[in-house]
Design a protein around this ligand. Structure first.
Ligand SMILES: C[S@@+](CC[C@H](N)C(=O)[O-])C[C@H]1O[C@@H](n2cnc3c(N)ncnc32)[C@H](O)[C@@H]1O
Length: 255
């Protein structure tokens, strides 16, 4: 509550409003769409990094991708992979996924891996779509992927790097509030990353979000949550297959 008040106080000062009650009366007015977006930007925590919680990316590369390769070779699955980064912040997470997919599932061998990246914050989505990051973040990206997929000193200002267009084309950014908006179709995703987002929901909202995310997983699909997040106590339709990785209960995922 103290954190929320301190974040909101900046908004109140900017609008020269004294008191949250007055602000509330303003922000609920239908024409105040822009202010509601400002409010969301003020109260959300957008911390993220490329390849954050790298064990998840290792799990994908060492355990999941090899299975997809074998299954596709044996005609048990298509070469189409659908991923979703739900709560993508400024884009580092979906671009990390896209780089990993591009490196392991070559387009010229018929693979088509796309990532839907959603967030509640318009400001974060605008940043993410540009694909421009501080060069200091380059240490977060494995060297081979950095060389292959990031442009430095080309088409960017000094001290910046840019995601290559080929990787950007693999990611579609869209605004989606996990609490209220309609979700993508049932069974659509092989992988859903919803990491360090559930932490902001109360138990009942978390249960609903996890249930809806689970419905969006394909039968063998996997849900990745943040390592600090706990799905205990919400009676979810999932079983744990690795730290902070879940598969649909009752489905054969191979893990
Ligand atoms: C701490 S960041 C996590 C980013 C990334 N998933 C990671 O782990 O690095 C949390 C993100 O969740 C978003 N978020 C918070 N509540 C949300 C909601 N109800 N629907 C969609 N996104 C939400 C925030 O805007 C923020 O960008």
């Amino acid at each position: 509550m103290a954190l929320l008040c301190s974040r909101m106080s900046r908004r109140l000062r900017a609008l020269e409003i004294c008191g949250l009650e007055h602000y509330y009366k303003l922000v609920v007015q239908p024409e105040q769409k822009k202010e509601r977006a400002e409010m969301i930007d003020a109260i959300t925590t957008n911390e993220t990094r490329f390849f954050r919680e790298h064990k998840h990316f290792e799990f994908l590369e060492r355990r999941v991708v090899p299975r997809w390769l074998v299954d596709a070779q044996q005609g048990r699955r298509p070469r189409t992979i659908r991923l979703w980064s739900a709560g993508c912040s400024s884009g580092e997470e979906p671009y990390s996924l896209a780089m990993l997919m591009a490196a392991n599932l070559p387009h010229d061998e018929g693979w088509d891996a796309t990532t839907l990246a959603t967030d509640i914050s318009t400001k974060m989505l605008d940043h993410a779509r540009k694909g421009i990051y501080n060069l200091a973040q380059s240490c977060e990206i494995p060297e081979a992927l950095l060389k292959q997929f990031m442009l430095k000193d080309i088409a960017t200002e000094e001290g910046q790097m840019k995601v290559m267009p080929g990787i950007q084309q693999m990611v579609e950014f869209r605004k989606l509030n996990l609490a209220h908006d309609p979700y993508p179709p049932r069974g659509h995703f092989d992988v859903i990353f919803c990491r360090n987002v559930l932490i902001y929901f109360d138990l009942e909202s978390k249960r609903k979000v996890v249930e809806k995310l689970t419905r969006c997983l394909s039968r063998a699909g996997l849900l990745f949550v943040g390592h600090a997040e706990n799905l205990g106590g919400i009676n979810s339709p999932l079983r744990s297959v690795a730290p902070a990785v879940y598969a649909r209960a009752g489905e054969e995922s191979g893990f």
